[in-house]
Write a protein of this length. Sequence first.
Length: 249
Amino acid sequence: MSASVGKAAAILRAFRPTVEVLSVRGLAERTGFPRSTVHLLCRSLCDNGLLETVPRGGYRLGPLLLELGGLVIERTGLVEAVEGSTAALRRAPGQELHVGQLVEGWVVYLHRESGPRRVTMTNRVGMRAPAFLSGCGKSALAALDPVDADQRVRRLCHDEDLPLPDMAALDDEFAAARSAGYLVCRSFQAGRTSVAAPVVGPDGHPAGALSVAGPHSTFPPARLADLGRCVGEAASVASRRLSGRLRSS
């Protein structure tokens, strides 16, 4: 039974934000399982709502995962804590509020709140990205012990066969974020800036982060520090709210 569960989990993990549909052949190549095994597993996962078939062949993640993911989001309390802490956080037209949870070396986006004018952004609820690439992810990593942060980045790059970033430059970025209380990221998406700050739980470890993101043009350099302080203050309020919620639950 445990072997079957592990194989099913490997099938589900084969999907990525940029790879939403996979054929039996594609799943076999990504998992190393025989095609006959993949076919049987996919049929079982479809029967239970964890996968669904796609016209013209292939599979994608199923609707039950969305329901289960919603339960996890509610349990963490991170989105609720942030929603009650951003009343004073003013966003320019085209800017969005993002909430990401830190999971090992990944950031998983739990919430996206756009204004009247929505712009094209890669971020979407449920998206997972290497934490060292995004504003939310990097600000959360910066709130960890430096050794822990370094190990998470290196382990993720090794496990996912990703090129290791310039670790010295990343350490400098983390140190600047810890000093300022916020982090500015311009490298995750072309033409987009993110100003992020960590949300810390009652254990003193970062649960994730919140960010304000949008086109570069909506972040005038003269106002960047003020916005950063506002984001940092909102994250501090969210941290207190999260700590209070978890202690009372």
